[in-house]
Design a protein around this ligand. Structure first.
Ligand code: FAD
Ligand code: NAP
Length: 546
């Protein structure tokens, strides 16, 4: 390690703006990346646009925001002291609690001193001559770094659709992904929520309880499964903590990064009563477990239909008005091909007198007006509008930065027809640039904590390998990248995922290429591939001493 220790820069060099590594983002990925690189003795600067740590959990403060990965699994595993000490209060942690946890992590590992908050990275340009990255911020600051790690988040670039007339609206409007820190009081107000993805489905029940009237503007109905959230059972907590090492290992080698049992039987082979039993037991278990009921729910539309019909029946049972229930039934995509939602009393909310469901398929939003919006020919008077309209996922935050690699090539141009990466970690022509949970990695299809830790560990070990050997740069080869992109597509098209107009496919952003963005091949299998590449001296990468 002596080489690495020697590379630590002095305070003077830091003032001159030279670092071994710059990390963009101080969500869980950026925090852990900082901890690991600092542990190697590197000088590191983190830039974060927000005024605090936490990323997703810093920005998404809308009513009802919470995890739908169970708390005991949605946490760091790299420090046993941390995981033993920290106690979650509920089965699914709320946004304020996860934000407290990320602040605790930042304090516990003394991370803040290397993070510059309220600073947005505007550009990152590779210098072909010096082999370093030049990073510029919106504060006019310029620093140099050998390594640049984009920990910018998959779901951090919020999207407000370009509706005509938004600038004329006289009420208040909000996006769920940029919620005011002081909260919003909707009491006595007529509120419109646009969007029924996970953010809409979590916030709608709570906004309905406060607002005078809530209009839900739904374009595509989604499948939602009850969370059955509640206080964390202390016995369960103790049991998990006693077996954390083993459980974490199970999660790391699993399909989705969860400790969850998959039924290896086909839904089509099961008798109708068995199917009903399996679905019912998972419904009662709640959350994301629904699609573990059979092994062909992601690959056979016929099998998938049996699960979809089960959920349709639940919606019909719950919603009193049959016409409203029909409008809530998702019919245009296989269950699971869009991110399944997890709710508390979502469908029940439509039984309230002060809630109206507006079907945008029948009456699309024409424009926002000074006093509300117009859908079809119908005007809706609103005091506030909530955009639960999602994110420019996986590539949005990267494209917000002017990233230029060798010969000035812009990442945005290179990826104009869809992202091209090797393992979702790196892209050819951009040496020493890493993306944590980048496109082409399991990322958003997994328990993100597991995927973040795996990527950060891989990057840290790679940097250590390079430093120990005085290798100045690592760059994915075009061949390796082409092979990986093809593989990511092949696996995606062996499933039902591409059948949905989802953000996984880039379909929520007008003009975005229709490419399946994450890697669906499984967390465990993917981890193995990454480890094999490293074990073979970073096969698929070109290493240069310069
Ligand atoms: P983020 O948390 O998104 O952090 C990225 C940070 O980078 C942000 O703080 C952003 O401000 C900063 N940044 C971006 N660009 C720049 C720039 N140019 N300059 C400076 N700073 C920049 N995952 C799960 O596994 N389970 C869940 O239940 C779950 N629930 C979620 C709920 C919501 C509402 C959302 C939006 C996502 C959820 N996710 C969930 C996914 C979640 O994003 C990840 O779990 C995780 O928090 C991502 O961490 P990250 O550090 O990679 O990215
Ligand atoms: P989303 O899933 O993309 O949902 C956006 C919603 O807005 C969709 O219903 C979409 O309709 C609608 N919409 C978008 N543009 C519209 C337009 N021009 N007109 C009308 N409707 C429009 O976004 P999200 O709900 O913020 O969730 C994004 C992801 O974040 C989730 O999938 C999940 O991974 C994560 N998340 C997780 C949780 C959790 O429970 N832990 C909570 C929130 C978010 P269409 O479907 O028709 O496009």
């Amino acid at each position: 390690m002596s080489n690495i220790q020697d590379r630590s820069v002095t305070a003077e060099a830091e003032l001159a703006g030279e670092f071994d590594a710059v990390i963009v983002g101080a969500g869980f990925a950026g925090l852990y990346m900082l901890h690991r690189l600092r542990g190697l003795g590197l000088s590191v600067r983190v830039y974060e646009a927000g005024s605090g740590v936490g990323g997703t959990w810093y920005w998404n403060r809308y009513p009802g925001a919470r995890c739908d990965t169970e708390s005991m699994e949605y946490s760091f595993s790299f420090s046993d002291d941390l995981q033993q000490e920290w106690s979650w209060s509920e089965r699914y942690a709320s946004q304020p609690e996860i934000l407290r946890y990320s602040n605790h992590v930042a304090d516990r590992f003394d991370l803040r001193r290397d993070i510059q908050f309220e600073t947005r990275v505007a550009s990152a340009v590779f210098d072909d001559v010096t082999g370093r990255w030049e990073i510029q911020t919106d504060k006019g600051e310029r620093v140099l770094a050998q390594f640049c790690v984009m920990a910018t988040g998959c779901l951090s670039s919020g999207q407000v659709p370009a509706f005509e007339g938004l600038d004329t609206f006289k009420g208040e409007w909000y996006h769920t992904g940029n919620w005011p820190h002081e909260g919003v009081d909707f009491s006595g107000k007529r509120v419109g929520v646009i969007g029924t993805g996970s953010s809409g489905i979590q916030s709608i029940p709570l906004i309905a309880r406060q607002a005078a009237h809530l209009y839900v503007f739904q374009r595509t109905p989604n499948f939602s499964i009850p969370a059955w959230n509640g206080p964390l059972d202390p016995e369960h907590e103790q049991e998990v903590k006693a077996n954390y090492a083993e459980r974490r290992q199970t999660a790391r080698t699993s399909r989705r990064g969860y400790v969850i049992s998959f039924n290896e039987r086909s839904a089509l082979e099961a008798a109708p009563e068995e199917r009903q039993r399996e679905y019912e037991s998972r419904w009662l278990d709640g959350g994301l477990h629904m699609l573990t009921a059979f092994n062909d729910l992601y690959t056979s539309k016929e099998a998938n239909d049996t699960a979809a019909e089960f959920v349709h029946a639940k919606i019909r049972e719950t919603v009193h008005d049959p016409e409203v229930a029909e409008r809530l039934l998702p019919r245009d995509h296989p269950i699971g091909s869009k991110r399944i939602c997890v709710d508390t009393a979502y469908y029940e909310t439509y039984n309230r007198e002060n809630v109206t469901l507006v079907d945008l398929r029948e009456t699309p939003i024409e424009k926002i007006t000074a006093h509300g919006l117009q859908a079809g020919n119908v005007p809706y008077e609103l005091d506030a509008i909530v955009f639960a309209t999602g994110f420019d996922a996986m590539t949005g935050a990267l494209f917000n930065i002017d990233i230029r690699g060798r010969n000035g090539t812009r990442l945005k141009e290179k990826w104009a027809d869809g992202p091209r990466t090797f393992l979702g970690l790196a892209t050819a022509g951009f040496p020493n640039l890493f993306t944590v949970t980048g496109p082409g990695s399991p990322s958003v299809l997994s328990n993100m904590m597991v995927s973040i830790e795996q990527h950060v560990d891989w990057i840290a070990e790679c940097v250590e390998y390079l430093c120990e050997r005085d290798i100045r740069s690592i760059e994915a080869t075009v061949d390796a990248e082409n092979g990986w992109v093809e593989h990511v597509n092949d696996v995606a098209y062996s499933t039902l995922y591409p059948q949905a107009n989802s953000w996984y496919m880039g379909a929520n952003i007008p003009g975005k290429p229709r490419i399946f963005l994450p890697y669906v091949g499984g967390v465990g299998a993917y981890r193995q591939k990454c480890s094999d590449v490293a074990a073979k001296g970073y096969q698929g990468f070109e290493l240069r001493h310069l």
